[in-house]
Design a protein around this ligand. Structure first.
Ligand SMILES: [Zn+2]
Length: 245
């Protein structure tokens, strides 16, 4: 039984780029953080390709990476997220490799999340106008398979075991952007915070105000879930709680 009111003790949010988390699950993470959940936020790339200004060349990438990581840290602070972790995989060229899965497995074994939050590795198309960024799928796939089976299986990545990272069983995986969601988290109390956090990604938003779009998305998802404002997930329950509240 999946309860929308469920609050994990520790959650690990895994996304490809700075700002992905804020567009998709910021309301849920803020809600959980307010209720006492320790949320750890992982960005797999530093978003250093996120600029199409013809006056900028490759030399701009290190500076943009610094800007975007600072924006992510600021956004996380707004959401009440305890910790920001930045891996350094190449933005725009991400693949769901074994080294990435190992890195994410290590983070799961260190932080021991009850829940891992990520995108849908199966999502290639959204409607007829948006091709999902391949980095999003790669981060989601590597994160999903880090959560299961790698984190909990002792003899996968024995180098991690030798280094002292003991197995950890993730209880649930919250997958956003699924075409078949089954759980709607009420974000009426945290949508303002979600929008405020998203606005910290100044380098990506420019003059555009995301409020109208975010409210529209939340209302659409809310309608499907019988709520005023919601974020939608497909939830995989890998380990049942002993007692559901
Ligand atoms: Zn992205």
């Amino acid at each position: 039984m999946i309860t929308p009111e469920y609050i994990p003790l520790i959650a690990l949010s895994i996304h490809a780029h700075p700002d992905d988390q804020e567009f998709t699950v910021g309301g849920t993470l803020a809600r959980w953080a307010r209720a006492g959940c320790r949320v750890v936020s992982v960005v797999v790339t530093r978003g250093e390709s996120g600029n199409n200004d013809p006056d900028k060349d490759g030399g701009f990438k290190p500076a943009l990476a610094r800007i975007r990581i600072a924006e992510q840290a600021a956004a996380n602070q707004v959401l009440g997220i305890a910790e920001t972790i930045c891996l350094d995989y190449p933005d725009g060229e991400l693949e769901a490799t074994i080294p990435l899965r190992r890195d994410l497995t290590r983070l799961i074994r260190i932080h021991k999340p009850e829940v891992v939050v990520l995108g849908d590795p199966q999502a290639v198309f959204y409607g007829s106008g948006y091709i999902n960024h391949p980095d999003h799928r790669a981060a989601a796939q590597a994160g999903l398979y880090a959560a299961f089976p790698s984190a909990g299986t002792r003899l996968i990545f024995t180098d991690l075991l030798a280094a002292g990272y003991e197995p950890h069983n993730v209880k649930r995986v919250y997958i956003h952007g699924s075409e078949k969601p089954d759980t709607w988290v009420d974000i009426a109390a945290t949508i303002e915070v979600k929008i405020a956090a998203l606005r910290r990604h100044v380098s990506q938003l420019g003059d555009w105000d995301p409020e109208e779009m975010i409210r529209k998305w939340a209302a659409e998802e809310g309608q499907r879930g019988g709520l005023e404002s919601a974020e939608a997930f497909k939830v995989m329950v890998l380990e049942e709680e002993k007692q559901e509240n």
